[in-house]
Design a protein around this ligand. Structure first.
Ligand code: CA
Ligand code: CA
Length: 368
């Protein structure tokens, strides 16, 4: 049999090991310099969580998809916020020069068509054939059956416009990027159909490996939709190809536009929220006493082992000595109680104390 003290020590050590392994599971999912899970201990049933400033990172987003620097939560449990670093994609907004394949910044298995080129025998413009793409400010400029609309970046900028091929697994857009090890990245893109038939079915891929769910914009042309997935680099580093691959094999329709491709490191903080109850303080009263009064006597279920009590008089002065005989003046006194472990404090409660003078001893009256 282990002595009791040793049992307690073993329990503490085991608890520590379990705690460390839980934290370690989180570390693998987050950026190398994010190594902690914050625990927030709140009083009551609601608290507001706030993000930290992380230099070089912006656009905070929470686990429920809301954005902004704060989130009010009303349930205990696990939450996270995330900020995004600088995108490492070149020309992800397609605003750079387009006729130069170097400044275009990406390659494609589709055939590039210069938007201003002629297309002999084409029905509808330079993008009449499946498996072709260009970069332009309006899909209607390069295919008469494509909807006229603006880009996502500014509404007047350029976008990647694609007439999808009737072959699966064709790379629409790919670019080599440098990744850091053990870092979470967000890979995101804005996509819209430019023709309502057979919307595209795109997929993110990294180093040839498909990633995340299929990206399928609605058939509502010009409705830019956001698609995103995250990826942890693990032990990978250096240059890797990231890509958008089309899985739709429909020849009819399957026409889409892409804009604002982002691949950026993300910083995520996990937050574990615990709610502790707010103490409810109840007082007796009004009370009266002869000569002096002990303020602790007015507290129902007085428990100095669990709570710290703060007593103030009607002028707001804190009374440090409240035990027997402390109160000699009539008045309204205010008391709060604070749980010593959780730090949660009750609402202040007031009580009125009336101090009566002690009766004079018979025989010493000056009138006698
Ligand atoms: Ca753009
Ligand atoms: Ca098509």
């Amino acid at each position: 049999m282990l002595p009791r003290q040793l049992k307690v020590l073993v329990c503490i050590v085991l608890t520590g090991i379990i705690g460390l392994s839980f934290s370690g599971a989180n570390v693998s999912r987050i950026t190398v310099f994010t190594v902690t899970t914050d625990t927030v201990k709140a009083c009551g049933s609601s608290t507001t969580l706030t993000t930290q400033n992380v230099p070089g990172y912006s656009n905070p987003i929470w686990n429920d998809g809301t954005t902004g620097t704060s989130l009010t939560v009303t349930s205990p449990g696990d939450y996270w916020w995330q900020v995004t670093g600088t995108s490492v994609v070149t020309n992800g907004d397609f605003e750079a020069a387009t006729t130069n394949s170097t400044t275009r910044g990406f390659t494609s298995s589709y055939t590039y068509k210069k938007a201003t080129s002629s297309c002999n025998g084409c029905c509808c413009g330079v993008l009449s054939n499946e498996g072709t793409y260009t970069i332009n400010t309006d899909p209607h400029n390069i295919h008469t059956n494509f909807t006229s609309m603006g880009d996502h970046t500014t509404g007047t900028g350029q976008m990647l416009i694609v007439n999808g091929a009737a072959t699966a697994n064709v790379t629409v857009w790919t670019q080599n990027i440098n990744v850091q090890p053990n870092t979470d990245y967000v890979f995101s893109v804005w996509v819209t159909s430019v023709n309502p038939q057979n919307p595209a079915q795109l997929q993110f891929s990294i180093d040839g490996v498909p990633l995340g769910a299929t990206i399928s914009p609605s058939s509502n042309d010009g409705n830019w939709q956001y698609f995103t997935t995250t990826w942890n680099s693990g032990n990978r580093s250096g240059s890797l190809p990231i890509a958008l691959v089309n899985q739709n094999i429909a020849a009819s329709g399957n026409d889409f536009a892409v804009d604002d491709i982002v691949f950026a490191p993300v910083y995520r903080k996990n937050i574990h929220v615990i709610f502790n109850p707010i103490p409810v303080l109840a007082l007796t009263g009004p009370n009266s006493a002869c000569g002096t009064y002990d303020l602790t006597q007015t507290i129902i279920n007085y428990d100095s082992a669990t709570y710290n009590y703060v007593f103030t008089d009607s002028q707001g002065h804190v009374i440090t000595d409240v035990n027997a005989g402390a109160i000699t003046q009539s008045g309204t006194y205010t008391i709060t109680e604070q749980n010593k472990v959780t730090g949660c404090t009750s609402a202040p409660v007031t009580t009125t104390i009336t101090i009566k003078p002690n009766p004079q001893k018979p025989g010493i009256s000056p009138s006698l």
